[in-house]
Write a protein that binds this ligand. Structure first.
Ligand SMILES: [Zn+2]
Length: 122
């Protein structure tokens, strides 16, 4: 792997409560120096804002995979942040990213640090 490519880009919320969980999970999953990171309030909620960043990661670093992590009790969603809504937003983002022919994985992160993997197409 060249110095200017990495395996994945990761999108997750900026919420401080989750960063240690996310750091540990990413290190286990990808090691270090192997992913780009987009930390944005609400995760994929404001997809139009993160779409350009994902494209930039693809263009600059040749990523093959996009990891999308939304989480329980997200302040950016407020009372509208039902699990159903999170899954719906994740599915929308997945669909949009697949146009770039990138593999997408979706996760719903619980406040206790549990990463729940969401099946494709849901
Ligand atoms: Zn959040």
């Amino acid at each position: 792997m060249s110095e200017h490519t990495c395996e994945a880009v990761v999108v997750h919320c900026m919420d401080f409560r989750l960063q240690q969980y996310i750091n540990d999970w990413l290190t286990k999953r990808f090691g270090i120096r192997n992913y780009d990171r987009i930390s944005w309030a609400g995760g994929v909620r404001d997809f139009s804002s993160i779409q350009n960043q994902i494209q930039m990661s693809y263009k600059l670093h040749g990523i093959k995979k996009v990891i999308l992590i939304n989480h329980e009790d997200c302040g950016a969603y407020g009372p509208t942040g039902t699990k159903e809504r999170h899954l719906s937003d994740l599915a929308y983002a997945e669909h949009a990213i697949q146009a770039l022919h990138l593999d997408v994985e979706k996760y719903y992160l619980h406040l206790n640090g549990e990463f729940e993997k969401i099946a494709k197409g849901i």
